[in-house]
Design a protein around this ligand. Sequence first.
Ligand code: FES
Length: 203
Amino acid sequence: MEERETCACTAQAPVDANRRRIFRIAALGLAAGVGLHGRSALAIEAVPEELRPVVGDRLVEEDAEGEPVPLKLADLRVGKPLLAFPFDVASKKVRSETRMNKVVLLRLPEAELDNETRAVAAGGVLAFSGVCTHMGCDIKTWMVSEKVFACFCHGSKFRPLDRGSVAGGPAPRPLPVLPIKLEGEQLVIAGPFTAPPGFTPQA
Ligand code: FES
C-alpha cells in the first residue's frame, strides 16, 4: 500500500541543514544563559513567563502572511500537520516566536481518540510541542501508516494518540501535550504544556 506522509513543510530539510539548525538551537540555549550540563539546553524555563502560552490564547499559523488570524477548526485538514504559535487576543500579537512556543497541530478523526486524549483535544485537533525532545529539531511530519510523528534528524517517532509517547528512536521522553479546546470555531489554549518543551543534551 502506498505510504502517505504529510509534513508541515514544503520539503524535508537535508541533513546538513538540520545540523546547522541544531547548532543554532544550542547557541540559542547558551544565549539564554542556560548551561549545557545538568539542565536543558533549550527549555521553556529560559522563556520569560509573560512570553509563554497562556490559557485563553488562540493559535496562529507559523508562516502565515499578513496579520495573524486565529486558527479555526476548519483550517485544519485531517492528517495534515500545521505549525503554530500562541496568540495573545488582548494585544493582538503572537505571544513569542521562541521555538519553545512552537506547537505542532494535527487533526485526526475524533473516533480515533480515546477519552483521555479527547479531553485535551479540540474537535479532533491535538496540539504538542513542535520541538523534538531528543536534540530539538522541528516535529512536522505525520506518518499515517504508523500513526506517528517522525523526526528525521535521528529517527525519533512519537504517538499523538498516546499523549505523545515515544514510539522509537533516541528521544528520551514524550512530546509535551498542549491542551486545547474550542471556543466557537476557534482553537484556544486550555492549559499549560504537560511537561517542559525542549531537550536535554546527551552525555
Ligand atoms: S532531534 Fe529529533 S530525533 Fe534527534
